[in-house]
Design a protein. Structure first.
Length: 136
């Protein structure tokens, strides 16, 4: 490989890493916008210190939690048996099409299709610890 080719390859690699880093930064989402997106969820789900289970379970501490584990909520058999852990990738796939990701789920929501809104929703939900308090 010539030194010019090596230099071009290195420059291309650095540029690729910069683009990947920028796209990951954009994927971080905006919690303020996510609060607005969460309005679609509020009829069934709650977050915050005084949140209670409703039609759906409380979503405090969602990221990192095993599916089907919120105390006092009556989950579908599909949810209890799914053995999912709600990391960002799993939640992203689920919220786009809940019934496809988890056949037999009770969740009647048709899905959130826009990646940017999913990013914002995740950023909003990640603010709440398991106790419902805002993380610092």
């Amino acid at each position: 490989m010539s030194s010019v080719t090596t230099f071009r390859f290195a420059a291309l690699a650095l540029a690729s890493f910069a683009v990947i880093g920028a796209s990951q930064a954009l994927a971080a989402g905006d919690p303020a916008k996510g609060k607005t997106v969460f309005n679609q969820c509020r009829a069934c789900h709650k977050v915050g210190e005084n949140a209670r289970n409703g039609v759906g379970p409380v979503l405090n501490g969602l990221i990192g939690r095993k599916s089907g584990t919120v105390k006092g909520y009556n989950y579908s058999a599909a949810n209890k048996k799914s053995n999912l852990t709600w990391d960002e990738a799993t939640f992203r796939e689920y919220i786009k099409n809940p019934r496809k990701k988890m056949p037999g789920t009770k969740m009647a929501y048709g899905g959130l299709k826009q990646d940017n809104k999913i990013d914002d929703l995740i950023a909003y939900l990640k603010q709440f610890g398991e106790d419902g308090k805002m993380k610092k």
